[in-house]
Write a protein that binds this ligand. Structure first.
Ligand code: PMP
Length: 362
């Protein structure tokens, strides 16, 4: 194997090496059954045990209310953009969306094809460099739910404190920061997260749902589109992305072994600080995209003085084992995605590289 690089790609993203090693050891022969887990029935005891344990690890690590359910679905977080309104946006009611980035906008656009939606707040005016204040959020009279995106992967902003709106059901897309910091799950009626950033590989989306919210869901949809089907069949109505769920299981065990979500949070703060400190030290060279109060601990976005310098930063970084630093076209510049599995050393190495780069080019 070549030397392992520091992988700053936004997702699919770096996974803990220990997890990859464990998966590779069990790859050909799972539980000494003479076959790979990839070849096993999703209705067999081996897979059943994995799924039950994965749900219970999710509940434990996020300190969920006992009655909440964890579902394992396919279709990516993008499928959730459609399923949410199909299930909960009935004729005669509205849903409110807080639009803080590209994925939040997509969620809103998908819902607008299903029913009546209201933009409760948007920070598009400043190219999504911040999140709205509570005063800026205007909810409709009696929304079916409010939808927000906890971390905006492309723009590199994150809610410093997740808002709540009393009795209004709150739904969050936590694809790019679930398990990275503590939060109160009981404030949310539904949470979804594509696994490929903080939870595991692409292919599975984890959904957390309050069964009381589910009571309000449409029941006249095709079965595969109803959350109820997944709840009632323990995510085994059809074949789940079984191997991806297994990988999530290993990642959750890794999180637990490393001190749980509180420890991840502390480490993520330390990691992000290395990089933001360099941005702040050289304000004439590095321009952070996110306003300081809304800086993401997961995706650090910044520009350099010219596109040429940005291109050479990405290329030189890559030569130095720091890969995947090119920003998304809607922000340009650089994006360093530093999810849970990015080691502290990776962030330190990037910070050092940034300092060297200014010295040579500043
Ligand atoms: N929401 C957020 C916050 C994301 O970062 C992404 C993917 N980068 C998505 C939704 C879309 O996820 P998927 O590709 O799994 O549909």
């Amino acid at each position: 194997m070549g030397e392992r690089v520091y992988n700053f790609y936004p997702g699919p993203a770096t996974l803990p090496l220990e997890v990859l090693e464990e998966a590779s050891q069990s790859f050909l022969d799972f539980n000494q059954k003479g076959m790979s887990l990839l070849e096993m029935s999703h209705r067999g005891k081996d897979y059943e045990a994995i799924q039950i344990e994965t749900e219970s690890l999710m509940k434990e690590l996020l300190d969920m209310p006992a009655n909440y359910r964890v579902l394992f679905m396919g279709g990516g977080a993008s499928l959730q953009f459609a399923l949410l309104p199909l299930n909960f946006l009935k004729p005669g009611v509205e849903a409110d969306y807080i639009v803080t980035g590209s994925f939040a906008k997509k969620a809103y656009e998908e819902a607008s094809k299903v029913g009546k939606v209201n933009i409760a707040a948007s920070t598009k005016g400043s190219n999504f460099d911040r999140l709205p204040t509570m005063d800026e959020i205007k909810l409709s009279d009696s929304p079916a739910y409010v939808h927000l995106t906890s971390n905006n992967t492309i723009y590199g902003t994150q809610w410093p404190v997740l808002p709540s709106f009393g009795g209004v059901p709150l739904v969050a897309d936590m694809s790019s920061d679930i398990m990275s910091r503590r939060f109160d799950v009981s404030q949310f009626s539904l949470i979804y997260a594509g696994a490929q950033k903080n939870l595991g590989p692409a292919g599975v989306t984890v959904v957390v749902i309050n069964p009381d919210f589910l009571e309000k869901a449409n029941t006249d949809l095709p079965a595969i589109l109803q959350y109820k089907t997944f709840v009632e069949n323990d995510s085994l109505y059809n074949t789940p992305p079984a191997y991806a769920v297994y990988m999530v299981n290993l990642v959750l065990k890794w999180i637990k072994k490393n001190g749980g979500v509180a420890a991840m949070e502390q480490r993520n703060q330390e990691k992000a600080k290395y990089i933001y400190d360099v941005i702040d030290e050289y304000p004439d060279f590095y321009k952070g995209h996110a306003k300081k109060d809304y800086r993401s601990l997961m995706n650090v976005t910044f520009r350099l003085p010219s596109e040429e310098l940005e291109a050479s930063f990405v290329a030189e970084g890559s030569k130095n084992g720091l890969v995947g630093l090119k920003g998304h076209r809607s922000v340009g510049g650089i994006r360093a995605s530093i999810y849970n599995a990015m080691p502290v050393e990776g962030c330190k190495a990037l910070a050092e590289f940034m300092k060297e780069f200014v010295k040579k080019n500043g």
